[in-house]
Write a protein that binds this ligand. Structure first.
Ligand SMILES: [Cu+2]
Length: 395
């Protein structure tokens, strides 16, 4: 085989493509596995023996298929030499199509039962139920289309395989078919989008702020900072010019409402109460992601956003439901924001009102000793703001 013919060989190209796809997939899977088991600081170890084993296995399977192909070809030639009709390759291909259809349908079933059981548990918030409903409707509709099209595709390949007894009908264009397969999906998709639009509007377009528990959540590389209002129920305002080592969030202590604000480590939420998360970021874009509550919204520097939701299932109830005594709700960052992104999470606990009040009374104020000290030093450096700082120190 000449070099030109060698590099133009389709078989060779398909081998290389399949090898590269399989090889990179395996390598990535192994790196991932090594990273999760080997700790965060160790460099990921690639198990080359494992890769070599699977590559070899792949070539063996290819070799097996090639050998079966050659045997069939020889059988076919032998039949022809004996003056008989050769193998019916079209029927072989048609049967393979049916086998592929059945294997594919089983694959879809496997995916639903095995991987489907790994999806999120029941929505733990009021609006989450609506989002889940939309998800179910979309899944059911797409599955109906999926099964119909796949059965038709492979069924037609089988039914209308080549036969000497019939001729194919040439159909260059048909306006009715074009109209049906353009208008039908357009109607279904419009219904889905409009349905989604109204649901989202219901969740987000809310002006009623009465009775909300305001919680400030601020993302920075790589953690979430939580601030709760104190006894006055009002969160003090913030000003980016006041950000310092002790005042990480830049809380404005010119305002009295800031003095009793609390800094907390775990997000405690009373069940069945409306929560308003005020979302901000200090450096790059982060994203508040609480999958169990079906909550997600970007945290953009300089652009405060908010998400209102009502948790409906306490952590204790969810632990019983899932039969997992260690279960915790979590708030993650869902925007790849840098090297420590993977670890940007905090525990969220949904508790009863009484438990919430008890927990709240144990929390420490944001205005800690270091911050009081810093404000005092600032007063010495800048006489202009002395009166404001004295106000802060009196509290
Ligand atoms: Cu982040």
């Amino acid at each position: 085989m000449g070099f030109r013919k060698f590099i133009n060989s389709k078989t060779l190209l398909s081998f290389i493509t399949a090898f590269m796809l399989l090889g990179t997939n395996l390598l990535m899977a192994q790196t991932e596995a090594a990273a999760t088991t080997g700790g965060q600081t160790d460099a990921p170890q690639v198990d080359w023996t494992g890769v070599a084993y699977y590559v070899l296995l792949f070539f063996l399977v290819c070799l097996g298929v090639a050998v079966i192909g050659k045997i069939l070809k020889i059988y076919d030639l032998t039949l022809k030499i004996q003056g008989k009709k050769g193998m019916k390759w079209n029927t072989v291909m048609a049967v393979i199509c049916l086998v592929f259809l059945l294997a594919g349908i089983y694959g879809a079933y496997w995916s639903f039962t095995v991987q489907g059981s790994m999806t999120l548990p029941e929505a733990a918030s009021e609006h989450g139920v609506k989002i889940d409903e939309m998800f179910t409707v979309t899944t059911v509709l797409t599955m109906i289309v999926f099964f119909i099209t796949q059965i038709l595709l492979f069924g037609f390949l089988f039914q209308y395989r080549h036969s000497d007894k019939r001729r194919a009908h040439f159909l260059p264009h048909n306006n009715t078919i074009e109209k049906i397969w353009t208008i039908a999906p357009a109607i279904v998709l419009t219904v889905l989008v409009v349905f989604g639009f109204f649901t989202w509007q219901k969740i987000m377009n809310t002006t009623d702020t009465k009775g909300d528990i305001n919680i400030d959540i601020t993302g920075h590389q790589f953690a979430w900072e939580l601030r709760y209002p104190g006894k006055d129920g009002v969160l003090g305002p913030k000003d980016f010019r006041m950000v310092s080592a002790a005042n990480k969030l830049g809380v404005n202590f010119k305002k009295r409402s800031s003095f009793d604000d609390l800094q907390v480590d775990t997000m405690y939420l009373p069940v069945n109460k409306s929560i308003r998360l005020n979302i901000q970021a200090l450096d790059v874009i982060h994203s508040v992601y609480m999958p169990h509550f079906r909550v997600q919204l970007n945290a953009v520097p300089g652009l405060p956003t908010f998400f209102k939701f009502t948790p409906t299932i306490t952590t204790a109830q969810m632990r019983t439901q899932l039969d997992d005594p260690k279960f915790e709700y979590l708030v993650y960052c869902n925007k790849i924001c840098g090297g420590g992104h993977y670890n940007m999470q905090k525990v969220v606990r949904v508790v009863t009102e009484a438990e919430y009040q008890a927990w709240l009374s144990r929390q420490k104020p944001y205005l800690n000793d270091a911050l009081r000290k810093e404000l005092h030093f600032a007063a010495a450096d800048q006489p202009k703001t002395e009166s404001q700082n004295r106000l802060a120190l009196n509290n």
